[in-house]
Design a protein around this ligand. Structure first.
Ligand code: NAD
Length: 353
């Protein structure tokens, strides 16, 4: 039985299936919207349980990129791609090149970048075949690893949440539980520690926890217990859908501010967080630093001061969303969506005129 709801295609401008028998490439490139500019979003490699699961993922993620790029006020639309396969065993240079040829064939409608399962070296390999890839570490305008900029944005957004919710203008002594100590999570932990926060951390990799305990004096927590931590802030920096009716009921933190994409199981979870008086910093707003960094490269000139300026404006947008939530009593995720939708609609009107 096909579990995939094909109505999800509605709203996507194009979905391309790329198959290369010689290398075993099975990939899907989804372009949700080019209203604001060429679509941009990472390429994810994962061994999906079925083709439907991969389609579902890429469509959901590409739509999310439209919103993320719009709220960051970037001249980019939303797109995403997935390569179906195990990054540990199936990723070969020829396969990445075949994928890059598929991206190239779209003629600049879509720019790929790193995502889960695809690292900087893979992006560099793709860049040998197509210029429609960003996040390179060499070459003119190369922007490199977006993770540090993502972590900086999450840090600034978390600090803003602490000010708005707890009335504290310093992170000194603020307790933060960080779920996921990867590229963004560990970077965030370092910034929090330097600002005087105390850390409770978890990861499915014991080595990552040990490192944070030793280097940052963090308290180790088991992966399935991090949600119950008695802290001021819960910072999800691993997978998506961590905020469900069940986990929201368990949360002790009055603030959720983290890097993970698609943190809410569904939109209703935003309302459930609001009802529990938990301030939720919408994921695609607080984690937009990475795509801002990538956008600088796509623009053809990497300028760190432009990146910082855009990041500060994104934080002002986040602040405005929190103010709107206080004023209207609506959940922050819904207010962020409305703001992004207004920007997209006005770009569509200009395009139609
Ligand atoms: P990463 O793969 O480097 O790190 C993820 C970490 O989470 C790993 O250490 C992994 O072991 C751990 N993990 C996985 N499942 C877990 C679980 N159930 N409990 C605890 N830990 C778990 O990824 P990243 O680049 O740090 O990204 C983290 C999140 O932020 C992802 O959701 C990603 O989509 C999102 N994000 C990343 C960027 C970026 O610039 N890298 C930008 C925007 C959003």
């Amino acid at each position: 039985m096909c579990a995939f709801d094909h109505r999800s295609f509605a709203g996507h401008e194009a979905v391309t299936f790329a198959h290369d028998p010689a290398t075993g490439l099975h990939a899907i490139i989804a372009i949700h919207s080019t209203a604001l500019g060429p679509a941009a979003g990472g390429c994810r490699m994962s061994s999906y349980p079925s083709a439907d699961a991969a389609i579902d993922d890429v469509l959901r993620l590409s739509r999310g990129m439209t919103y993320k790029n719009a709220i960051a006020d970037l001249p980019l639309g939303g797109g995403k791609s997935v390569i179906i396969g195990d990054p540990a065993s199936d990723k070969k240079p020829a396969l990445l090149e075949a994928f890059a040829r598929a991206v190239d064939g779209l003629g600049g409608c879509y720019y790929a970048a790193e995502d889960m399962g695809i690292g900087l070296a893979d992006v560099q390999a793709m860049a040998r075949v197509t210029r429609y890839v960003a996040g390179r570490h060499t070459g003119s305008a190369a922007s490199g690893d977006p993770s540090p900029v993502t972590a900086r944005g999450v840090f600034l957004g978390l600090r803003l949440a602490v000010l708005r919710k707890l009335g504290r203008d310093s992170l000194d002594g603020v307790r933060v539980a960080v779920q996921g100590l990867g590229n963004v999570g560990l970077n965030l932990c370092r910034k929090l520690r330097a600002a005087g926060a105390t850390l409770a951390v978890t990861d499915v990799r014991a080595s990552a926890i040990n490192f944070a305990v030793t280097e940052l004096g963090a308290e180790p927590v088991a992966p399935d217990a991090i949600i119950d931590s008695d802290v001021d802030v819960f910072a999800p920096c691993a997978g998506g859908a961590v905020l469900t009716p069940e986990t929201i009921a368990r949360l002790k933190a009055p603030i959720v501010a983290g890097a993970a994409n698609n943190q809410l199981l569904d939109d209703d979870c935003g309302e459930q967080l609001r009802q529990r008086d938990i301030l939720y910093m919408p994921d695609y707003v607080i984690n937009g630093g990475g795509i801002i960094n990538v956008a600088a490269e796509i623009a053809g000139r990497y300028d760190p001061s432009w990146v910082e300026h855009k990041l500060q404006r994104l934080m002002a947008t986040l602040n405005a969303i929190v103010t709107d939530a206080d004023r209207t009593g609506l959940p922050t995720n819904i207010l962020a969506d409305r703001m992004a939708e207004r920007r997209i609609a006005s770009a569509e009107q200009c395009r139609a005129a």
